[in-house]
Design a protein. Structure first.
Length: 116
């Protein structure tokens, strides 16, 4: 999904769209990929939290939401700066790099986690 999101972001950054419908379709592909990855990550967190039944679930959820919040605040602040003071297209390039890195990290996930 990260690679699909990366392609969608690169297309939004490089292609000049005549109508908004194509751009909105790519934005939906990007958001849909994020939703699918969120479901998968939540499932992996539930599986891993069973390894520590006393406090495993609370700790994983806390760390997840802390980093989700930090990433959201940082990303939105930088995107606002780019849109206000510069060209907004670098935001799409930066997001495509992050999405591709998530795709590569997904390839490195231990497959034995799916068996639990």
């Amino acid at each position: 999904m990260g690679f699909l999101q990366s392609v969608a972001c690169l297309a939004m950054a490089t292609v000049e769209f005549k109508d908004a419908s194509s751009l909105m379709l790519l934005a939906c592909v990007y958001s849909g990929g994020g939703a699918v990855m969120d479901v998968v990550v939540d499932g992996l967190m539930v599986v891993n939290s069973r390894l520590n039944p006393n406090s495993g679930s609370e700790e994983l959820q806390t760390y997840s939401w802390i980093f989700y919040g930090l990433g959201g605040v940082t990303g939105c602040s930088l995107a606002g700066y780019f849109v206000e003071n510069a060209n907004p297209y670098p935001c799409f390039y930066i997001m495509s790099i992050f999405c591709a890195s998530v795709g590569f990290a997904g390839l490195l996930v231990d497959k034995s986690l799916e068996e639990n």
